[in-house]
Design a binder for this molecule. Sequence first.
Ligand code: AMP
Ligand code: ZN
Length: 120
Amino acid sequence: MSEIIKDENCLFCKIIEGSIPSTKVYEDDTMLAFRDINPVAPVHILMLPKNHIASANDITDENSSVISHIFVTASKIAKKLGISEDGYRIVNNCGENGGQTVKHLHFHLIGGKKLSIDMG
Ligand code: AMP
Ligand code: ZN
């Protein structure tokens, strides 16, 4: 497998390399999924590419195959964690107005309760 693209100042790159601990629920060569440290619902997982992509603004034709892989894996994680039947939400926050606090592209997988419908 090719070398992972890292940003040395990035919290999630440090979680990917293992220098900061996380509670992993899924890992393969190109993506990682772990439990959010501050969950907003009984199930709150963060799913991210191992390569450092700063935000949704930085998805390109060259790096985008991991995005479909993350979504295929999301449904498998949801099934494994027992929330696929009742449903869940997948969210990406992009940039300042989107509320992105960690500048490494990630998708929140949230479920395990009836979620608020407020999207904005
Ligand atoms: P966002 O606001 O979309 O950028 O989401 C960042 C998420 O990362 C938040 O939900 C935080 O609770 C979560 N988070 C921050 N630090 C950690 C950490 N060390 N381990 C797990 N989740 C974290
Ligand atoms: Zn990163």
